[in-house]
Design a protein around this ligand. Structure first.
Ligand SMILES: [Zn+2]
Length: 161
């Protein structure tokens, strides 16, 4: 169930052709991608695999693994980026991005004060020259993928690079 004018559904529709950064892990209900237009390495989005535009539209089955993914992604980001904590946020307000997406962002110890808290969103929607390069996004994706799929907590993760 996808919607043609939705960027996230567009990616879902061509899942097998996506680079590692767009399918870090994929299970029955959720896909994890690296945010494509961020200047912050490790900025992830946790995406329901069908088009929903509000959290209250998620099913019980989708909700059942939502919290687990938020915590497991936070653990993996802590291991891979060395961040001291993660931020988790969901708005889905930007034009073309009404599809629910939970941001999971690494907050490193050296992040400047003005970028802490909601200020971190200044690192999203950046012009191409400032974005995390595709090669680095894929490297981070592979590191996260390895940690997330080698764990006995979630043997069913099905993504293969
Ligand atoms: Zn969508």
């Amino acid at each position: 169930m996808t919607t043609p004018d939705c960027h996230i559904c567009g990616q879902e529709a061509r899942l097998d052709a996506l680079p590692p950064s767009e399918r870090i892990v994929v299970d029955e209900h959720w896909r994890v991608a690296h945010a494509f237009d961020t200047a912050l390495p490790g900025w992830l989005v946790l995406l329901p695999r069908r088009h929903v535009t509000a959290v209250h539209e998620l099913t019980d089955a989708e909700a059942a693994t939502l919290g687990t993914w938020q915590v497991r992604l936070s653990r993996a980001l802590h291991e891979v980026t060395g961040c001291v904590k993660t931020y988790v946020a969901q708005f889905a307000e930007r034009e073309g991005f009404s599809h629910v997406h939970f941001h999971v962002m690494p907050r490193r110890a050296d992040l400047s004060q003005e970028l802490r808290g909601p200020g971190m969103f200044a690192l999203l929607g950046r012009p191409a020259p400032e974005r995390v390069p595709a090669g680095l996004m894929d490297d981070i994706a592979r590191s996260l993928h390895t940690r997330l799929t080698s764990s006995p907590e979630h043997p069913a993760a099905e993504t293969e690079f």
